[in-house]
Ligand binder design. Structure first.
Ligand SMILES: C[S@@+](CC[C@H](N)C(=O)[O-])C[C@H]1O[C@@H](n2cnc3c(N)ncnc32)[C@H](O)[C@@H]1O
Length: 453
């Protein structure tokens, strides 16, 4: 039977919220798993995705609006009913293309068909009132941070952090950008074809495609709303999905053909495969990660892209290589686990999964990983550090702490390795630091350090 995107969206949200903050599975993983299979129509899959991400993006505002129509906190509702209400409320409040009555009808029918059928009348009344009255007056509290947090559906601790560092106006711009749609960006597999040939192919297939403004391999699909798996050429390995900021990180590392490179936190290999392509697939790119599932996907990606220089190490922490007496690497990339506060636009679940304690905890792990990578580098080798966050503790703070305890090491300015258009994101001390802007790349940080010769 054809799955219902609205009902499945509510089920995905229910599964995501079953755990508390910090323990919830990444929403992207749930979405992939729950919308896989031939029974799904690509448009239904895209709608389910839109609903899940939209509800999570606007979660606190949706809840406030529902509570107002409920005359009481939504907490008294069963978790399943609450998710059906949220999915319908998102459509009523934020999705113009869906008629309100269709959204209300579907939610009421879904509740009627489930174990809490007695709540169907309440769901109907709440959603009809919401459709009639909208969200109601905006929050009028005195604290500007609280007001901004409510308006943009962010946790107050995050907004306070940004407002304290950047000022209220810049924090507001960042929060608003986080609620915009991120562009879908591809990286041309330059082992197979040039960016201009990829652009021609996409345009011939009737897809709006433009060259990215920052990375030389980047192609942006501004109007793409469907399932990325449907992009022509993706399955044949002509390109892969990767944000431009992430593409710039591999350029910062500046690997050369024939070198030995370690991608210490390789994940699914977005950067591993880029590094191999930048090396003309000559030399060796060893990929390490503790997560066996991600390494399995990396193997598929490398095969699809036709890259032979990629060598996938058995799952585990790369620091064990030291005891195994592996030969030294010319370059190492530590694309470390981080709070991800620079990629909220793509992963709105990060807003509700993170806690303030994550930032110092992750900063300590990042410093450990850098210190563990340093002995694996040859004298004069280069160590690149990257995170998709802009929190100073996880970016410049880690680099500073590393360099303070590493005599003879120096920071290598990344500008020379970057295309001219990307140099506006280089900080005075030579690191890459991108703050998300509407339509632009993700938030990212990268620094390159050189070992003493
Ligand atoms: C930011 S992601 C890497 C993304 C990847 N480089 C890419 O471009 O697709 C961080 C990775 O670090 C891995 N990781 C987590 N803990 C780690 C550890 N202690 N040592 C090494 N890697 C770790 C995670 O499994 C995750 O895949």
């Amino acid at each position: 039977m054809r799955p219902s995107p609205r009902r499945r969206a509510a089920e995905i949200l229910l599964a995501w919220e079953a755990e508390g903050p910090g323990r919830r599975p990444p929403l992207e993983r749930l979405l992939e798993r729950e919308t896989a299979g031939a029974a799904w129509d690509p448009r239904d899959r895209a709608l389910c995705r839109e609903l899940v991400l939209g509800v999570v993006r606007w979660r606190s505002r949706i809840d406030a609006a529902v509570d107002r129509c409920l005359h009481g906190p939504a907490r008294r509702l069963s978790p399943r009913v609450r998710q059906h209400l949220r999915v319908a409320a998102y459509q009523v409040l934020f999705l113009d293309r869906v008629p309100d009555r269709a959204a209300v009808h579907e939610a009421v029918a879904a509740v009627k068909a489930g174990p809490e059928r007695r709540a169907a009348g309440l769901v109907n009344a709440v959603l009809r009132r919401l459709a009639r009255e909208g969200e109601g007056p905006p929050h009028a509290g005195a604290d500007p941070v609280e007001r901004l947090a409510r308006e943009t559906a962010h946790p107050a601790w995050m907004v306070r952090r940004w407002a304290g560092r950047l000022g209220l106006e810049a924090a507001a711009a960042l929060c608003r950008t986080n609620n915009t749609r991120a562009p879908l960006t591809l990286r041309a597999n330059t082992r197979r074809l040039s960016r201009s040939v990829l652009l021609d192919r996409l345009q011939d297939a009737g897809i709006e495609a433009v060259p990215g403004g920052l990375a030389p391999e980047a192609v942006v699909l501004p109007g793409w709303r469907g399932d990325p798996a449907e992009i022509p050429g993706l399955a044949e390995g002509l390109c892969l999905v990767q944000d431009e900021a992430a593409q710039l990180v591999s350029h910062c590392l500046a690997p050369a053909p024939g070198e030995a490179v370690l991608d210490a936190c390789a994940g699914v290999g977005g950067k591993t495969t880029h590094i191999a392509a930048l090396m003309d697939d000559r030399g060796r790119v060893a990929a390490a990660d503790p997560d066996a599932g991600r390494l399995g996907r990396l193997a598929e990606n490398a095969r699809r892209l036709g890259l032979r220089a990629v060598e996938i190490l058995p799952p585990g922490d790369f620091r064990r290589l030291r005891a195994a007496g592996r030969p030294a690497f010319d370059r190492i990339l530590v694309d470390a686990p981080c709070s991800g506060l620079g990629v909220i636009r793509r992963h709105p679940d990060i807003k509700w999964n993170r806690t303030p304690a994550d930032v110092p905890r992750l900063a300590a792990l990042q410093l450990d990983l850098l210190r563990g990578a340093a002995p694996l580098l040859r004298p004069g080798g280069r160590l690149a550090y990257a995170t998709c966050t802009l929190e100073p503790e996880e970016t410049s703070g880690v680099v500073r702490a590393f360099l303070e305890a590493a005599p003879g090491w120096r920071l290598v300015p990344v500008a020379a390795a970057l295309p001219p258009a990307a140099r506006r994101f280089v900080t005075p001390d030579g690191c890459l630091e991108i703050r998300p802007e509407p339509g632009g790349p993700d938030g990212f940080f990268a620094a390159v350090m050189e070992a003493p010769a």
